[in-house]
Design a protein around this ligand. Structure first.
Ligand SMILES: Nc1ncnc2c1ncn2[C@@H]1O[C@H](COP(=O)(O)OP(=O)(O)OP(=O)(O)O)[C@@H](O)[C@H]1O
Ligand SMILES: [Mg+2]
Length: 463
């Protein structure tokens, strides 16, 4: 179904990419690409779905065949029929504002008959278990529902191959179980699946093969039994996440001390008549790292935006070091690091991005340099932020937060698409920053990360 022969690709904007990839995937197989951030997983998915070099410009050598056809001579619309892609952030691939319109959109573009469009749309909604959603705005869906909507819109095209890039990065436990069930069903129906993923513990028996990548090359292939038998030493040296189930962190809620840095009291929020937050109480002690957890859709990001003064507080109170404050003072004192790393960079190079808003002093330059080195980003210091891989963007976003002069940091899912090695680097950097005086709140689903650096956990479910 998929055949890459001696394929190399270099992005025009950087000298990075993949080298000498030889990969044959049979029809109906499920293959998982894994490896450290920046090793080339996403680039392989882009070669298979034709986005590289048709959209992501660069130099490609070697040959790629999909169902026996040379991708080079296939027009984009034919590649799109054969290979359906689901990106890490499903919202980015939506064209419509409601479910049926979104699923029908692709079919309309292919000029299917009205009868066929209706049949495919209904079938896709049923297969992805989305019947209860109705016609509410896609903006209001939880991350899991958005992810399933994206799969449904691709499924309606009945492609032969599904390509997933980090399908569970933004999902909670239930979302992951639902996504896995869908993938198991797709596999049973004979579809070919190619998945780039760091969080591998949920995949289990779904995968037929695991490919471990390093520096743009496929280093090794594992059968599922070889993969699950990998000892911890090897796994950690390869920067891989836990393969078996991850131990649930036993963190508890903080207890109040004399040095509460930030406190929110009875915070409520309604959006489009939907009650998103109701009477949420939350606080963080100075120099601590507190995890904010909760299922998809419980309003963690909305709470973070209110606490950091980016969204106006309508109901409740917020105190900074005991003083009741409004959104201006909050935004002056609290740094919010979004989980949407695609839209939060402003300049044309990593170095400029990091020095934005800080004083250009020798000490700062030295600190910036060290941070870049520690985060394995120094080689990219002159690169454009948009040209980074998903995990590199996440690390850059965390570096920007750590270099800010603000003392309270709220980080939204900073490790969602990261391999173990880089996740531990972030954990260490946050611990250092807390020791030096920062108060850190992290919104996260990542139990491995919580175990690595958080001291407390506040769960905002069932409020
Ligand atoms: N659009 C782009 N332009 C230029 N260089 C890019 C682009 N996208 C990725 N790269 C570079 O190509 C290399 C491989 O990136 P890729 O996105 O394939 O990695 P990845 O394994 O998916 O990483 P992650 O786990 O962080 O998502 C990286 O060095 C990255 O900086
Ligand atoms: Mg990637």
């Amino acid at each position: 179904m998929i055949e890459l022969k001696n394929v190399s690709f270099r992005y025009s904007d950087s000298n990075h990419g993949v080298t000498n990839i030889n990969l044959t995937i049979e029809s109906g197989e499920c293959v998982v690409l894994t490896g450290k951030s920046g090793c080339g997983k996403t680039t392989i998915t882009r070669l298979v779905n034709g986005l590289a070099p048709k959209y992501y410009k660069g130099t490609k050598t070697g040959s790629i065949r999909i169902a026996g056809k040379d991708i080079e001579i296939m027009p984009s619309y034919d590649i799109g029929r054969a290979v359906g892609s689901i990106f890490q952030d499903p919202q980015r691939q939506f064209f419509s504002s409601e479910l049926e319109g979104e699923i029908a959109f692709g079919c309309e573009n292919y000029g299917f008959s009205k009868f066929d469009i209706q049949k495919r749309t209904k079938d896709a909604i049923h297969r992805m278990g989305l019947e209860s959603i109705g016609n509410i705005s896609l903006d209001l869906l939880s991350s899991g529902e958005k992810q399933r909507t994206a799969v449904a819109s691709v499924y309606a095209m009945y492609p032969q191959v599904f390509v997933f890039d980090e399908p569970t990065a933004n999902l909670d436990k239930n979302g992951i179980i639902q996504m896995k069930n869908i993938l198991v069903e797709l596999k049973k129906s004979g579809y070919t699946l190619l998945i780039a993923e760091h969080r591998i513990s949920w995949i289990g028996e779904l995968a037929d093969r695991y490919l471990y990548m390093e520096d743009g090359q496929i280093q090794r292939q594992y059968s599922p039994s070889e993969f699950s038998a990998m000892n911890n030493c090897e796994r950690i040296s390869k920067g891989l996440r836990c393969i078996a189930d991850i131990p649930f962190s036993k963190l508890i809620a903080p207890s109040q001390t004399d040095s509460i840095a930030i406190q929110g009291e009875k915070i409520s929020l309604k959006k489009n008549k939907k009650q998103i937050l109701k009477n949420v109480d939350i606080f963080a002690n100075e120099k601590s790292i507190t995890a904010i957890t909760g299922s998809n859709g419980t309003g963690k990001t909305s709470l973070a935006l209110i606490l950091s003064g980016l969204e106006k507080l309508k109901e409740g109170s917020i105190y900074l070091h005991g003083e009741n404050v409004g959104h201006r003072k909050l935004s002056n004192n609290i740094y919010y690091c979004s989980n949407d790393t695609g839209t939060q960079f402003f300049t044309e190079s990593i170095s400029k991005e990091l020095l934005l808003g800080t004083e250009y002093g020798v000490e700062n330059l030295e600190m910036t340099k060290n941070l870049l080195k520690n985060m394995h980003l120094y080689d990219y210091k002159d690169s454009h932020p948009a040209s980074l891989s998903g995990g590199q963007k996440q690390r850059l976003a965390v570096c920007c937060a750590l270099l800010s002069s603000k003392n309270i940091l709220i980080l939204d899912e900073p490790t969602s698409g990261l391999d173990a090695e880089n996740m531990f680097l972030i954990a260490k950097a946050l611990k250092n920053a807390a020791k030096k005086g920062k108060t850190i709140l992290v919104i996260t689903h990542d139990e491995e990360f919580m175990n690595a650096c958080c001291e407390y956990r506040i769960n905002i479910d069932k409020i």
